[in-house]
Design a protein around this ligand. Sequence first.
Ligand code: 3PG
Length: 207
Amino acid sequence: MTIPELLRRHRLVPVVVLDDAASAEPLADALATGGLPIAEVTFRTPVAAEAIARMAAHGGVTVGAGTVTTPEQVDVAVGAGARFVVSPGFSAAVVRRCQEHGVTALPGAVTATEVIAALDAGVDTLKFFPAGTSGGAAAVAALSAPFGQVSFVPTGGIDAVTAADYLALPSVLAVGGSWMVPRAALAAGEFEKVTRLVRESVEAVAR
Ligand code: 3PG
């Protein structure tokens, strides 16, 4: 299954900030048990690459890298086992390096100019970030009018309730967010709480 197909199937992408690589396996278990076997592990902590490697080795979840802003980070992420690479904005160099590795790039875009730049680079699945402060679902709908070939993954300021507004749009494959994997809960080892939040979110978007 391609990454866009996986995103459309699961409809949610947990955006993870891990402070301890040893959380990788229990987190993978919590996601799989909660019914959401996919994760974007952000390059915001020093353990990101090791966490991606451990989650990829775990096998129960599809792992991507997030907050990737340089081609060098793409190399590290792919070397660790990331199958997709998410950026907060658009970088032609990052997209090119993803294409060289044969992994899916999900660059950020919130303006028509950024969407055109991404299309020029050969990418038509985009992260709409930061979604909440960039006009929300209404802005995604407006941007989808001239760009019918583009799929969006809105992320940033979304929760289990507002996710539905975005997911109602045909151009939205999935929404991303950290609400179901709170950093504090991960740091405290509260994986049952994570499983519960994930399960509740999965059930909320299935309604
Ligand atoms: C991201 O990098 O995608 C965001 O930080 C996630 O946004 P959220 O924490 O508001 O869900």
